[in-house]
Write a protein that binds this ligand. Sequence first.
Ligand code: DLL
Length: 435
Amino acid sequence: MPNYYQPEIETASREEILRIQNEKIVKQVRHVYDNVKYYRDLMDKKGVKPEDIKSVDDIKKLPFISKDDLREAYPYGFLGTDIKNCVRIQSTSGTTGKRVVAFYTQHDIDLWEECCARAIVAAGGTNEDVCHVCYGYGLFTGGPGLNGGSHKVGCLTLPMSSGNTERQIQFLMDLQATILCCTPSYAAYIGEALAEKGYKPEDNKLKAGIFGAEPWTEEMRRSIEKSLGIKAYDIYGLTETSGPGVSFECSEQTGMHINEDHFYAEIIDPDTGEVLPEGSKGELVFTSLDKEAFPLLRYRTRDICILTRKKCSCGRTHVKMSKPLGRSDDMLIIRGVNVFPSQIETVLLNEGYSPNYQITVDRVNNTDTLDVDVELLPEQFSDKMGEIQHMEKSLEDAMRAMLGIKPRIHLVAPKTVVRSEGKAVRVIDKRKLHD
Ligand code: DLL
């Protein structure tokens, strides 16, 4: 039986969703125009007035905004309300340049937490669950978002934050956690650490995991589901739009329902800005529909996705987005070939290797190099040089078939690739250092 947190809106007819969106967009655009000078200037420059926006169909008339705009307006330039109405800030995990700082009123926090509650209920959560949250707490939105959603559902919430895997495992087992929330790379690590302690997947009480904040493949999903004995659900979001919960997976596990009563999604051609029809692959753009403190109109996420309104067996009617298929800005171009780290991960898992790897890109004598350190599983480990070389070669061939170029593979001993407790840093691009 499908479960909903807010059944009325989650299963509303398309006409009803559109009616809500049309009503909200008019107010949201007026709110932004009246309160956010930075965006008002952009609208004026484009010659668009708030009264030109009568429905979501008119959104395409509005100017885009990007991370660069947010950086330029840092810290208060996009604030949509008086600071005295704000109760919280969160910030991006970015390590380069100025961080994005997002503001929240209590109304904004309530809506955000409701979105996360929808995700938890879609994963089977009820007030009988013990929800172990080991996304980072603090400025990062993962911990606070899922923590708030878990409270709203009425789960017993373990606000673990990230790190200290020993302690994570002790609480997870002792308190018999049933839902695990963290990045997929950390979930894989927890699975591995449990196995090392001699636990089998059936020894824990977990039934579901809610994993997001970084790209992960279907192969990675299957591997986590197996190691923890759970069903693994994807969750998506970004600080700019409030945090996790912009979209979430349901029992069908074929994409994430976007909470369309709060966010309007478009897919555009990243080069021309042209809005693409449903089913096309392109850059995801979000418009908030009812935010007070940090409303963003036509925010370019840089995430490459596909949207679909195909009927979903879970009964939800909100549009679904594919897993992000990469980013328009972190796609690697190596010797002219576009390479997504997720393609490398897919090959590794298909070939029976672990999801612990590190990609290094460099430029030597004006030629790009691609090196991948791949950790061997204990049972693959061998001290025979010939065997290792043979495995490296066959993995290189499998990579070439997928990527179109051949990386250098280095099989390394178990436990030598650094584990991440938050978002995994999969790629080191040394070319940037030479530029
Ligand atoms: O990562 C919010 C979040 C926390 C989402 C916990 C899910 C769970 P930022 O740090 O601002 O916010 O990073 C946002 O992370 O534009 C995507 O590129 C990527 N991302 C987020 N969720 C997913 C996902 C949080 N499920 C950026 N799959 C986004 C792939 C994801 N990429």
